[in-house]
Ligand binder design. Structure first.
Ligand code: 3NM
Ligand code: MG
Length: 500
């Protein structure tokens, strides 16, 4: 496991005491929570003897490995070494960081608890891979917590980390977090664009939950929602390049949408330019809308240039199932390189999942035949085979990173009555994933969708909008207004986000 690619969104810390776990089996609880959306697990057990701890850690490791999430052990470095899990989490009173590092080697994850700026800076300097910041709120789960610092205390620490050169060090917060406060804790503790939390760590919200899988799903949605403004502010701060290789129909609209969301557009279809452009820290959009033999060659060369430079690529397989030429173009592109996000309607994503299918799609308009759970399964499976975050658009959009799948219920019918709104969503996603590079592409994709569709809702209900024609300029206005409000710290618009 590459420890620089860990997703800290929903961090489960276990507890084996009867007060929290009850009489349930810890491994089953953890498995359910991971199924629901937990992205990292810490086995925390202060009471069991060593043999029991090793046996339990082994069982948990079987589960976490199956889902590709890391397992850390709290405090007991020897247990982590013996079972060979991904690392440890140490508190201020536990083994010193240096000693733990010597025992574990350079590739294991070591997280450190910090409750003050001093502790946070010391741990960062020592080389911690992430920090657990707290205690946010007093909690019955851990009665001996030292200081309750609230979201404002977290924000001060994040600010200090950013000004000392640790802006990209992952952080989570802990203490009394649950589904009711997760979004607001993330919003209130954010020192964006300087630095924001990467996720939340919880014990009782998952371990004591009646249905840990449902609780994890709920927490994931709340956490992702709480991180949406951080993504938008990262775009506003970085003005990432959105390099569009797109179709004839949408060039102008896509460039305007890129500007409205805070990106810097370039419509460059000549692939010889891609190697230079890829070095500018932006992302590439490959849109198959008007495929030609020469266009396809350009796409291949540009994808390879961005892959080589580590720049994100968004694939928009427009009308992928319409003709055998397009099906074979999709196949070629998929075998050419790696994509950060693949976005399409149900039929397009279906074609991506099965390029040999003979199901013919009429034109490039969208229509839906699958239920939401079926679309979720499709997104999950395409994500697993391609390694990309997959977005299936429709009345309800589905986003999956292969393990975690979210649905978004925002949007407006006018989005379906104007050409290019699918393509310009691809452009929007490219800005988000470029600005959020090295962090969660799932969060970046959801942020792009939520911003886009809430802006459409706001435009759709405006009294000056009478149909698809007046909708387009109003939509650009609202995209840009959502960005400006967010940069000012006004995120009331986010209350309308329907992420589940
Ligand atoms: N560490 P819950 S608070 C394990 O402040 C732990 O360092 C804390 O439990 C710290 O999510 C805590 O049930 C317990 O409130 C958090
Ligand atoms: Mg400890």
């Amino acid at each position: 496991m590459d420890k620089t690619k860990v997703d800290y969104s929903v961090y489960l810390v276990t507890d084996s005491t009867p007060a929290i776990l009850g009489t349930r089996d810890l491994t089953s609880v953890v498995e359910a929570a991971v199924r629901g959306g937990v992205s990292i697990v810490q086995y925390r057990d202060k009471h069991s003897d060593r043999d029991t701890a090793v046996a339990t850690a082994r069982k948990l490791l079987q589960v976490t490995r199956r889902f590709g999430v890391p397992l850390l052990v709290n405090d007991r470095v020897d247990v982590a070494v013996e079972v060979g899990c991904e690392g440890v989490h140490i508190g201020q009173d536990d083994m010193a960081y240096e000693e733990a590092r010597k025992l574990l080697g350079p590739n294991k994850i070591i997280g450190v608890t910090a409750s003050s700026i001093e502790e946070a800076l010391a741990a960062s300097k020592a080389g911690a891979d992430y920090l657990g910041l707290g205690t946010v709120y007093a909690t019955p789960t851990k009665k001996d917590t030292k200081s309750i610092i609230g979201p404002s205390g977290i924000r001060s620490i994040l600010q200090a980390l950013a000004s000392s050169g640790y802006a990209s060090l992952p952080t989570v917060c802990i203490g009394g977090i649950n589904a009711h406060n997760a979004t607001s804790v993330l919003l209130e503790s954010s020192a964006a664009p300087a630095k924001s939390l990467d996720g939340i760590a919880v014990v009782s919200a998952l371990v004591a939950a009646e249905d840990p899988a449902a609780a994890a799903r709920d927490l994931l949605a709340k956490v992702v929602t709480g991180r949406v403004p951080d993504v938008l502010r990262a775009v506003a701060e970085g003005t990432p390049l959105s390099h569009n290789m797109t179709n004839l129909v949408v060039q102008n609209f896509a460039a305007n949408v890129a500007l409205a969301v805070g990106a810097s557009p370039i419509m460059a279809n000549y692939a010889e330019e891609a190697a230079d452009l890829a070095k500018l820290g932006g992302a590439l959009v490959i849109n198959m809308g008007t495929v030609t033999p020469e266009g396809l060659k350009n796409h291949i060369q540009a994808i390879q240039a961005y892959n080589a430079a580590g720049g994100p690529v968004v694939l928009d397989p427009v009308g992928a199932g319409a003709t055998s030429i397009r099906r074979s173009a999709v196949k070629t592109l998929l075998s050419t390189g790696k994509f950060s996000i693949i976005k399409g309607n149900e039929r397009e994503i279906h074609t991506v999942s099965d390029t040999s299918s003979s199901v013919v799609q009429r034109g490039v308009d969208s229509s839906s035949t699958l239920s939401v759970p079926q679309r979720a399964a499709l997104a999950r499976s395409v994500s697993r085979t391609t390694g990309a975050v997959v977005v299936v658009t429709g009345r309800t959009d589905v986003v999956s990173d292969g393990v975690r799948t979210l649905r978004i219920d925002n949007g407006h019918e006018y989005l379906g009555r104007v050409t290019g709104t699918g393509c310009t969503l691809g452009t929007t996603l490219s800005a988000m994933v470029a600005a959020f590079k090295g962090k969660s592409a799932l969060v970046a994709a959801v942020a792009g969708l939520v911003m886009y569709e809430v802006a459409a809702e706001r435009a759709g209900v405006r009294s000056d909008v009478r149909g698809p024609g007046t909708f387009v300029p109003a939509f650009l206005d609202e995209l840009s207004a959502v960005r400006e409000e967010t940069v000012r710290g006004d995120v009331k618009w986010l209350a309308g986000a329907k992420v589940e």
